[in-house]
Design a protein around this ligand. Sequence first.
Ligand code: C5P
Length: 235
Amino acid sequence: MKVNYSNIPKIIIALDFYSKKEAMKLVDLLNPSLFYLKIGKEMFTILGQKFINELHKLGFNIFLDLKFHDIPNTVFYATQAAADLGIWMLSVHASGGKKMLMSAKKALQSFKKRPLLIAVTALTSLKQEDLKDIGIQISLQDYILILAKLSRDCGLDGVVCPGKEAKKIKLLCGNEHKIITPGIRCFNDSAFDQYQIITPKQAKTFPIDYIVVGRSITCSKNPIKKLNFIIQSMQ
Ligand code: C5P
């Protein structure tokens, strides 16, 4: 079957490995013009900026998913430092608040070619009761929508959110506001710690710009076969 990449969400592969060797086993099989790579806290803590440079040399666009959440001044300089790496996208927590989000946005003003700045709304691992634990009484869905709107009002480029909220967020924030959705699972996959999961087939029915796929691929015996299966399911 001929694959059409133009009418499906773009695919960001979460490189959540504990060693470079393991990560490169997968990276070496990927075409940088078809897939984006996401470097999170685990790999960045182990391998740092050198690894980002190496992936850039191979031609990959990198989403640096460090989810900054700190005082505005710290986030300003952290965002600038991240942008200096020449990455394609970076993330902050929307719950850091308006001043923090504006500060992250301001940090990118001096860059000719700046990365996309994306706000995490609610982690896809969170349930309603987890919000109660931290004193938030509103529904998880309202919480996500409030944070999505805040990110749009602060001039960010988009949000990370559960797929099921994508439609409402596009209506509220406009079609230009990018939607990035993790928690992608095929039918037989384990959910692991994720709660808000959707299948690749469902992802195609929502207005999602990018899906983030991690363990569905990285825990598979044949990651490329699994990746192809995910792509086929979205055709
Ligand atoms: O392995 P899995 O497919 O669950 O990986 C999801 C990836 O997306 C992880 O790297 C995780 O850090 C990230 N992520 C998430 N939920 C968010 C934001 C990012 O799962 N809200």
